[in-house]
Design a binder for this molecule. Sequence first.
Ligand code: SF4
Length: 366
Amino acid sequence: MADSDINRFRSDLLVWYDKNRRVLPWRAGTGEVADPYHVWLSEIMLQQTVVAAVIPYFLKFLAKWPGVHDLANAEQDEVMSAWAGLGYYTRARNLYKCAQIISRDSKGVFPDQQKELKALPGIGDYTSAAIAAIAFGKPATVVDGNVERVVARYFAEEAPLPDSKKLLKQYAAILSEGRADRPGDFAQAMMDLGATVCTPKSPKCAICPVRTACKGYESGMAAGLPRRTSKKEKPRKVGYIYWIRNIKGQVLFERRPERGLLGGMLGLPTSEWVIVQENMEPVHLDFVRNKKNNFCLDRNLKVFHSFTHFDLELNGLILNDYSSDLPENEPCFWVEERDVFNLGLPTLFKKFVNLMLHDEGSKGTG
Ligand code: SF4
């Protein structure tokens, strides 16, 4: 691509961006300098999550912890609770670790180079490029799903994702690498173009600022790009979820282990989750196994949840008037029923709590 074509692409896109940029709570206004804390927080939240879902969480975090020192001084449990419902909980643990490093080791100042940014917890290729470009105005190639779509269409690349990821990044680099004119705005303009004009199903080519040299538009292939290799069907896992109430009417919860899915989050106790296979049953937790005969299994009391790599079905088991001591070494504790909704639970457990507390009249809870 000739240098003059790259310049043309960039200037057409930036002119469009100046008039059509999305107003987002973490973005600096026109002519303002972006706050690295806001950019970092939003970019971590935006990993694998859509803008609309992130906005209320970003605002909540900012209200609770207006700066990186505030976040670093919070309790980890408080941060995990505030993150509950946003998913991919490793991000929250890394966010907290990263805040502590920045607060303690660099007096609250984020590094402005991609290499140093990438050495921090939870910051990879994409996030380091986004922070370097948006918060510090450093030339960087920022490639998210929106940008992949724009360049796949602009260059009419037919090789399917995910194998073509590297190639699409090279295309994006052609348009951005080494370019010092407004790197942050350019990165955000590419994302905005993908999110509002070069949209997944029906690209609005008629109003696109870079239409004149777009090969996807010219060839009529745009809407079908980028291609993707068909996804394998996800495995299905099953298990039990326990609703255990003591004689005071309190409900048993646990803090999940740090490592693993939903790590560090609060939840209801569950059995192991096993892949559905013939003759394979999930095994009950040790400390409830001897109470099994007292459990009430309601076939209708099920919760379904889709994780990235598998679908999960948990069958609800209810035990009332649990009177034994809690097992040692189990991170379990009792919660007053009226406080259950304030716990900050991941969506999987929130679904089950809703089922129990909004629908309990119809359940056999004996
Ligand atoms: S012309 Fe159409 S396909 Fe090409 S970048 Fe613009 S919206 Fe996307």
